[in-house]
Write a protein that binds this ligand. Structure first.
Ligand code: HEM
Length: 130
């Protein structure tokens, strides 16, 4: 990745803040309980906790405070996803719900494009079965 692109990724937090990432993950998780593919995979009794973990992770990853690291330690995302069956269908559905959430929150175009590219490749990296 280009150094300049990395710098810009780190500026997303300054552009959207806690509030923006809060709205994004709320829009994402709102769709989970009713989703036929992802609903059964996520912890039904701790969706609020899951929402907070993703929010804090994204805030840390895109240039904000490191609450995620303080609470959860090193992300090791692939390892943390190992207990969940992430196949192509789950990966694509995750991306679909996140794309819808990104449309809903109306971030600046540059931030939305960078986040979309990040989610697209990271969601693929989380796959742990065909
Ligand atoms: C861009 C892609 C993704 C990112 C950045 C991401 C990020 C995260 C993070 C930060 C956590 C919390 C880890 C922890 O501290 O315990 C998490 C949990 C989880 N992820 Fe993902 N994930 C991605 C893709 C996926 C996909 C494709 C699935 C498909 C099933 C998935 C399913 C889950 C589930 C079920 C959990 C457990 C919920 C919880 O209790 O936190 N993730 N993810």
């Amino acid at each position: 990745m280009l150094a300049s692109a990395w710098v810009t990724e780190q500026e997303i937090y300054a552009a959207v803040g806690d509030e923006g990432f809060g709205r994004l993950v709320a829009a994402f998780y709102r769709q989970i309980p009713e989703d036929d593919v992802l609903g059964p995979i996520y912890p039904r009794d701790d969706l609020a906790g899951a929402e907070e973990r993703l929010r804090n992770f994204l805030i840390f990853r895109f240039g904000g405070p490191e609450r995620y690291l303080e609470e959860r330690g090193h992300p090791r995302l692939r390892m943390r996803h190992a207990p969940f069956p992430v196949d192509q269908v789950a990966r694509d559905r995750w991306m679909e719900l996140m794309t819808r959430a990104l449309e809903e929150v109306s971030f600046p175009a540059e931030a939305r494009e960078m986040l979309t590219a990040y989610f697209d490749s990271t969601a693929t990296a989380m796959m742990n079965r065909p």
